[in-house]
Ligand binder design. Structure first.
Ligand SMILES: C[S@@+](CC[C@H](N)C(=O)[O-])C[C@H]1O[C@@H](n2cnc3c(N)ncnc32)[C@H](O)[C@@H]1O
Length: 218
């Protein structure tokens, strides 16, 4: 946890509770150790969606579909959400959830099954555009996803990248972490430097959840 636990608990206690069907999916994910967006990240996403009112949303990293179903609650009836997942076990669960009648806005969601980089290249070559992109997949790949995402992020669009501070460990000494984490951290720092210094983007990095970068395309 990046921010003091008591402060986070207090902020979360002020949030209006999500619908019971989403709450039970969140509970199921947490019990099964499926990594989904934290409460505080939910609050930020909800706020940005209300502000931006996006029509076309792209998510990289579906897991079992929690965040896609969450976003479907806070976007207009004419919005569409495309989400990408590569792990077969997760795909099975996501498909089950996306066809569950309890989720009243599930029809907005389209699941693309497979490796994200390939899916992103395909979408970019079809000249698809998105006004809201939520990047929540393998952190080490963010740099390779970025050129494809930039082809598809509309002017005035928002790119939200989750987990950018690795729960605060991104600044740990390189000697105190494993070699795998060292590689992830190096790539994450490169990604963060890039999105904060790109002319096309205005980016803010927030210590929310595991760290969230919010980038606005000028
Ligand atoms: C943190 S979880 C996503 C959680 C989800 N956004 C939520 O909050 O409900 C990351 C997911 O991205 C998927 N993933 C990671 N790298 C990927 C890639 N290169 N292509 C497609 N999916 C990927 C993982 O299998 C995992 O299910």
């Amino acid at each position: 946890m990046i921010v003091n636990e008591r402060i986070v608990a207090y902020i979360n206690s002020l949030q209006v509770e999500i619908k019971p069907e989403l709450l039970s999916l969140e509970k199921e994910a947490l019990e099964r150790h499926v990594p989904i967006i934290k409460k505080e990240t939910q609050g930020l996403l909800k706020f940005l969606l209300c502000l931006q009112q996006p029509k076309r949303i792209l998510e990289v990293g579906t897991a079992i579909g929690f965040s896609a179903l969450f976003m479907s609650e806070y976007t207009g009836d004419d919005s569409k959400i495309t989400t990408i997942e590569k792990v077969p076990m997760r795909i099975v669960d996501a498909e089950k959830n996306f066809s569950n009648e309890v989720f009243s806005h599930k029809d907005k969601i389209t699941l693309i099954k497979g490796e994200a980089l390939k899916a992103l290249k395909d979408l970019a070559s079809e000249e698809q555009h998105y006004d809201f992109i939520f990047l929540d997949a393998a952190k080490a790949q963010y740099m390779s996803f970025l050129p494809e995402l930039m082809k598809m992020l509309s002017t005035n669009g928002i790119l939200v990248t989750d987990n950018v501070l690795q729960d605060g460990t991104v600044t740990n000494s390189r000697y105190s972490i494993t070699r795998r984490d060292r590689t992830i951290h190096t790539r994450m720092r490169e990604y963060l430097y890039t999105i904060t210094h790109m002319e096309e983007l205005e980016t803010v990095i927030l210590p929310v959840g595991d760290g969230v970068a919010v980038s606005f395309r000028k």
